[in-house]
Design a protein around this ligand. Structure first.
Ligand code: KG4
Ligand code: ZN
Length: 352
């Protein structure tokens, strides 16, 4: 089975080809970062236009690098949501046109499911597993029970962690996206210098909250001597922020492991996915937690943590080999929770 995957839900135009032997035959990611940088964040309209301009070429490059033509494909998978709707529509229309013209099955993939299943592509992890999904738009703990079957154990009641990284970076005068910059600066910093809060730590359950942490970063900046921030101040704040984030994730994952044990009789495997999972410090902290609990640990390689087409192709392949596909009248979905039955969380809004 060979599947083409297309991803256009945020600021990467990406296409990839994977096969049923878990091989990535091509994985092209075209970042729009330069187009959005002047605005300090992703501008949906600019993103949608850039996807229109790039998507055909990115798909052609993926097929050519994989050395396959449409005739060799078993299906076309595309992110059908959640995400910035203009971009999602570009990808979905492109994939539908290809599926129609080449008479191929069409699969609309949930972007969150694509992140969630990536470790099955990279590490052949079996169900069930405990997933910490941390990205720019989401921060959730889920029991992944099967393709299409998720039980949400916890979610953020305000900001996602990637958002907190990005906003803190912006206040510190670092560029967008903030996560990688904060991680780089934190290496030279003193993570004990600033006393930042650990929201939700010690509370029952495994929900998250990050807006208070972000506010304290702002107050810490305001309390420093007026004028330009010194390099060392920036480094120390980044390190202190990252440590606080690590403490929160560790505490929340510990509780989630207890909840997962009640459901499935084991603590894990603990799996981390989404853009923030690219952070080496946080990967190390969570791996140490898993080790401490005697649970297996898995996280995709850094390039497959942030948005890419391989994860979409793989999620499509998992559905196709179960005999599932989607009709060509599929509507792109700006919201698409993995666990529609999850109890609503006050203030969580779209992040639930
Ligand atoms: O999964 P992703 O590429 O897009 C979404 O679906 O949101 O995640 C992007 C998020 C951004 O907030 C970015 O700052 C964060 O992932 N991120 C990181 C790192 N690399 C990316 N956060 C912390 N450390 C990193 N190294
Ligand atoms: Zn993502």
């Amino acid at each position: 089975m060979i599947v083409l995957g297309i991803e256009t839900s945020c600021d990467e135009t990406a296409a990839a080809v994977v096969d049923g032997e878990r091989r990535i035959l091509a994985n092209i990611v075209l970042s729009q970062l330069d187009a959005h940088r002047p605005y300090g964040g992703v501008v949906p309209e600019i993103a949608a236009r850039a996807h229109v301009e790039a998507v055909d070429d990115v798909v052609a490059r993926a097929l050519s690098e994989a050395g396959v033509d449409f005739g060799a494909l078993s299906g076309v998978a595309v992110t059908g949501g959640p995400g910035l709707i203009g971009g999602v529509m570009v990808g979905v229309m492109t994939a539908k046109a290809m599926a129609l013209a080449r008479e191929l099955p069409f699969v609309a993939v949930n972007h969150l499911e694509a992140h969630a299943l990536t470790v099955r592509l990279t590490d052949d992890i079996a169900f069930p597993y405990l997933l910490l999904l941390v990205s720019g738009g989401h921060c959730q703990l889920l029991a992944v029970e099967d393709v299409g079957r998720y039980r949400r154990l916890g979610t953020t009641i305000d900001d996602a962690l990637g958002e907190a990284f990005d906003k803190s970076a912006k206040m510190l005068g670092l560029g967008y996206p903030g996560g990688p910059q904060v991680e780089a600066r934190a290496r030279d910093g003193d993570d004990m210098r600033f006393d930042l809060p650990r929201p939700m730590r010690g509370r029952a359950g495994c929900h998250f909250s990050f807006s208070g942490l972000k506010t304290k970063v702002r107050q810490a900046i305001e309390n420093l001597p007026a004028g330009d921030l010194r390099e060392q101040d920036v480094a120390d704040l980044c390190a202190s922020f990252q440590r606080a984030a690590g403490d929160v994730l560790e505490d929340r994952c510990r509780n989630a492991m207890d909840m997962f044990r009640d459901l499935h009789g084991t603590d894990g495997p603990l799996v981390v996915a989404g853009g923030v999972a690219a952070n080496q410090y946080l990967r190390d902290r969570l791996e140490a937690l898993a080790l401490d609990r005697g649970a297996a640990f898995a996280v995709p390689p850094v390039a497959l943590c942030t948005d890419n087409g391989a994860m979409v192709a793989w999620a499509g392949l998992e559905r196709l080999r179960r005999g599932e596909a989607d009709p060509l009248d599929f509507h792109p979905r700006p919201r698409w929770p993995l666990d529609p039955e999850a109890e609503p969380v006050a203030f969580a809004g779209a992040k639930a």
